[in-house]
Design a protein around this ligand. Structure first.
Ligand SMILES: C[S@@+](CC[C@H](N)C(=O)[O-])C[C@H]1O[C@@H](n2cnc3c(N)ncnc32)[C@H](O)[C@@H]1O
Length: 310
């Protein structure tokens, strides 16, 4: 039987070339988009298009309505919306994949780590450079979004000799793959979206040495009993707020927590809620409006006189 092709909805926001595209990308993220791409309009050199793709199971009219609501708020912040236009079109699986492919390229996360789309033949520059191979576009997490990028830099800083990790909201599985490449032995990844679970499993198989990383369809750490050395969660701030009360019970002594997906405006609230459970933020990354926080238990990080313990 012939397999039916998935139909994708493509929402496009066309903006004048002097309009900041990040503002539109952020509006997309706030209504649940997994990512955006930016394309110069070939027919009209004064416009840029920001596209985002939704599969037919995840698209509904509310996404479009919510996006328009977000855009309608922008004049209150002084943005001139003249020439900003929203449109929707449909395309099938094969054209969707090909459209995405032209916008992905290797992303250098650090001196030691590069994320490479699986159709690119990339030669590492250094003998100790790790390569993460991804089939991007199937789920969130390619290294190009500021939150993923910052999470990867945070993990590189803190993993050290960590032995175990929970990746909450794994998306494409990218952070779990990185953790394994940096030596973490026991990794469990969770996502409530079955499509993300499937994509993460596929990406894990693309990376030798990662095959035994476990991926579960699960909301946050609901029903999970264990404890680990590191918890990473790149989910939106409102979901992280629900998750904070669960952190302490799932983290080993001297463990680290990396929280991302937090718009800058909500960072103070997350910091305060973490303080309420006894955690301090020891490093904050700020990139393109997004905050990524590395946190530890206060008593494990600071002596009473404020000196850093370890
Ligand atoms: C922003 S993406 C992050 C993907 C990847 N970890 C990264 O850093 O690029 C957030 C992911 O969290 C998942 N998610 C949202 N709410 C969740 C929940 N309550 N429990 C588990 N996963 C959730 C989404 O399905 C999505 O795949």
């Amino acid at each position: 039987m012939e397999e039916r092709l998935m139909i994708w909805k493509k929402i496009t926001v066309a903006i004048p070339n002097d309009f900041d595209p990040e503002i539109i990308s952020d509006a997309f993220m706030r209504v649940g988009a997994n990512g955006t791409e930016m394309v110069d309009d070939e027919d009209n050199s004064v416009k840029t298009k920001i596209n985002s793709y939704f599969d037919e199971n995840n698209y509904n009219e509310k996404i479009l309505t919510d996006l328009k609501t977000q855009l309608n708020k922008l004049p209150e912040f002084g943005f001139d919306m003249t020439g900003v236009e929203v449109s929707v079109s449909a395309l099938d699986d094969s054209s969707w994949e090909n459209e995405w492919k032209q916008y992905y390229h290797p992303v250098k996360i650090s001196r030691y780590l590069t994320v490479v789309p699986n159709w690119v033949d990339y030669q590492p520059k250094y003998s100790d450079e790790h390569i993460i191979v991804m089939d991007p576009g199937k789920s969130f997490g390619t290294g190009t979004h500021p939150t993923t990028y910052s999470c990867m830099q945070a993990l590189e800083l803190i993993l050290g000799d960590a032995k175990s990790l929970y990746d909450v909201g794994t998306g494409s599985g990218i952070l779990s793959i990185q953790a394994r490449q940096l030596g973490v032995k026991d990794i469990q990844a969770f996502d409530l979206d079955p499509e993300a679970v499937r994509a993460a499993k596929e990406n894990i198989q693309l990376n030798p040495g990662c095959e035994d990383i476990e991926v579960f369809e699960n909301s946050l750490l609901d029903g999970v009993d264990g404890k680990v050395d590191v918890i990473v969660a790149n989910i939106l701030a409102d979901v992280i707020l629900q998750f904070i009360p669960d952190i302490d019970a799932h983290l080993n002594k001297d463990g680290f927590v990396v929280l991302s997906g937090i718009i800058n405006e909500k960072e103070a609230l997350i910091t305060q809620k973490m303080a309420e459970i006894g955690f301090v933020v020891l490093e904050a990354f700020h990139l393109k409006g997004w905050s990524t926080l590395i946190c530890r238990r206060k008593e494990e990080f600071e002596a009473e006189d404020g000196a850093i313990l370890r």
